[in-house]
Design a protein. Sequence first.
Length: 158
Amino acid sequence: MKISKIVSSFVLLVSSSVAVASSYNLYSDASAKSKVVTTITPENQGEYIRFYTDKDGKWAKYANSSTGEVGWVDLGEIEQQKADALRKDLLANVDEQIAFYNNKLSSLAELKGKINKANYEELRQYNRPSHVRGMVQFFNSWLGDDGKMHEKSGKYYW
């Protein structure tokens, strides 16, 4: 029985500590208009223990385990900062993924261009019937680089 109470107290203690990536104000009362007692920061968050939540679930009471200082934290502020941090992380991840896939797409487009060029050359050379290849060779022998007909050879291929 005593062990279960100790374990449950430890679980309550661990789960009730403030998990912050940012800083939160500790107010003297459960109101944003009340005096700010101190600020809970990532450096000192391990000193604070959450021990009470108001009936609306909007404010939580925290105590500093070293100094005994007590105050209220706006839970809406914590949730908003968590949502902002999550949104920022997701957007950064999306940007990384977009850059990664854009790089892959450009590599694939380049590869597709090389394959299409190789296929075109292969098709141009070998997918013609033999009599058409012969005519092409014949006309290529007559057609010069200037686009005019020149007789380079008296050999006919058909």
